[in-house]
Design a binder for this molecule. Structure first.
Ligand SMILES: *Cc1c(COP(=O)(O)O)cnc(C)c1O
Length: 492
């Protein structure tokens, strides 16, 4: 094969000889588009070389086809004058991909509020501004302005968290998976943790409670059964090695029927009796009672503290509606043990996270979270307002010649998502599009700029205004306009 390629390369008729030189292609691509020129010489030359290598390989493959006969090489027009244009375009396209904003902004029209694949909670504009400000400048992250000495980043938002939750102390780490790992390692490393069999949850992304125990160096002691666990099950399992009683919120599934679980109050009583700390991993902990939004009631963070949990862990970017973080509130002595563990350093949050979290927590402290935190604005979204938005999308799209899709506004359900409140839904109105090829239409919406992510349900494409941010309506309409016209979608 190598000899054949070399032989071919020596041939004066070899179309590969017509390929431009690397520098010439880079120059041509830079001249063609300012955005490509902006890539800088090093990247431009590297990409031009990759594109030429690809073209050379394709030409060589075409020249010595499977039979090795002398069939005219399929040059795909690559070396005709227009072929050089194609190479230039390919360089520009690849540069654009490399230099495009990442992660890419998308419009979430799925109606799933905490969509983990789409980045979970969008933070408020004020929180986002604070994050940008903190990231771009200096701040007193670990500096005591009064004394001019070193301070701790752990003191930046902890007072806000403690005030909101009623706990003595608080700690912020990178995410709630990190928070539970730290709790297990610091409070129970080398000893054992008792967990109900009904709570050995897998959150997703490979995060499973038994694995967290192993990673934290603790031994998992399972008690009860999948559907029923009683206080006596814990009582029997407690021994000299027991270091922690852990309650885990069954965030993303529900056991119904013949069930029994041990309330946090009973667990706290057991912990006190045996002098063993009790930690409540709430997962998607909330400071607001979701019951007041027509959802089935969930324990709040402050309720778990009031009942007497020694520590409560929860996510920053689930129902709290802030940036990704793991929040731990609890007794000062427990928080001090967590802070002293080496993992605490490994899991420490970034300054931008703390800045966004502070603004989010301040919304709660000011009693304005349901108005200011996007997640709560979405949960509280008025159904008539949602209907009006879906209808305005429909109106703006108007009728179109030859459209094979049927559009209508109809009642549907939004979900909370993000491993929070499984099965809980909120009534909404969606723009529903009946088309012979819903997956094709959904793909075309994803190809828009910005991509619009819809939901395909029962053969229809649904777009739910609940999760579309107020200034994104025009993107939804534009993407639909493009995806639905001129030709109706056809199968791929
Ligand atoms: C979501 C969840 C976690 C993980 O939290 P992240 O912030 O995603 O790391 C841990 N425990 C429970 C019970 C959860 O619901």
């Amino acid at each position: 094969m190598t000899a054949m390629v070399r032989g071919a390369a020596a041939n004066v008729d070899d179309p590969r000889r017509a390929l431009p030189a690397v520098d010439a292609l880079a120059d041509a691509a830079a001249a063609a588009a300012p955005s490509t020129a902006d890539a800088g010489r090093g990247l431009l030359v590297a990409v031009a070389r990759e594109v030429l290598d690809g073209a050379r390989t394709r030409l060589a493959d075409a020249a010595c086809g499977p039979q090795g006969d002398a069939a005219p090489p399929d040059t795909n027009g690559l070396v005709a004058p227009s072929g050089v244009d194609d190479l230039v375009a390919e360089v520009s396209r690849r540069i654009a991909v490399i230099l495009a904003p990442r992660p890419r902004r998308v419009v979430n029209a799925t109606g799933v509020i905490l969509h983990t694949n789409l980045g979970r909670a969008p933070v408020s504009r004020a929180a986002a501004a604070a994050m940008a400000e903190a990231a771009a400048g200096y701040n007193d992250l670990e500096y005591d302005l009064a004394t001019g000495r070193r301070g701790s980043r752990h003191d930046v938002v902890a007072p806000l968290l403690a005030r909101l939750s009623g706990a003595e102390a608080a700690l912020v780490v990178n995410n709630n998976a990190g928070a539970t790992l730290l709790v297990v390692a610091a409070l129970a490393g080398g000893r054992s943790v008792i967990v109900s069999r009904g709570q050995l949850v897998e959150i997703g992304g490979g995060y499973r409670i038994p694995d967290v125990m192993a990673a934290g160096g603790a031994r998992l002691v399972e008690v009860g059964t999948t559907n029923r666990t009683r206080p006596a099950d814990y009582e029997r399992a407690i021994d000299a090695a027991t270091a922690l009683l852990l309650r885990v919120h069954t965030s993303n599934f529900r056991i119904t029927g013949f069930t029994a679980s041990v309330g946090l109050d009973d667990l706290v009583a057991l912990g006190r009796k045996h002098a063993i700390p009790v930690v409540d991993d709430l997962g998607s902990g909330s400071f607001i009672d979701v019951g007041s939004f027509g959802l089935s009631p969930e324990p709040t963070v402050q309720a778990s503290i009031a009942v007497g949990a020694d520590a409560v862990t929860f996510s920053g970017d689930k129902l709290l509606g802030g940036p990704q973080a793991g929040l731990i509130v609890g007794r000062a002595e427990v928080i001090a043990r967590l802070r002293a563990h080496p993992l605490c350093r490994a899991l420490r949050p970034d300054k931008a996270t703390l800045a966004g979290l502070a603004v989010t927590l301040q919304s709660y402290l000011r009693g304005r979270a349901t108005e200011e935190v996007p997640v709560w604005r979405m949960i509280g979204g008025d159904v008539e307002g949602l209907r009006a938005r879906a209808e305005s999308w429909l109106r703006e799209l108007g009728a179109a010649e030859g459209r094979r899709a049927t559009l209508a506004v109809r009642a549907a359900l939004s979900a909370i998502g993000g491993g929070s409140l499984p099965g809980e839904t909120l009534p909404t109105f969606v723009l529903s599009i009946d088309t012979p090829h819903p997956d094709t239409l959904a793909a075309r919406l994803r190809a828009a700029d910005p991509p619009v992510i819809a939901r395909v349900e029962d053969g229809a494409v649904l777009l739910d205004p609940r999760t579309v941010l107020p200034d994104e309506d025009e993107h939804v309409v534009a993407a639909l306009q493009q995806a639905l016209t001129p030709a109706p979608p056809s199968p791929p």
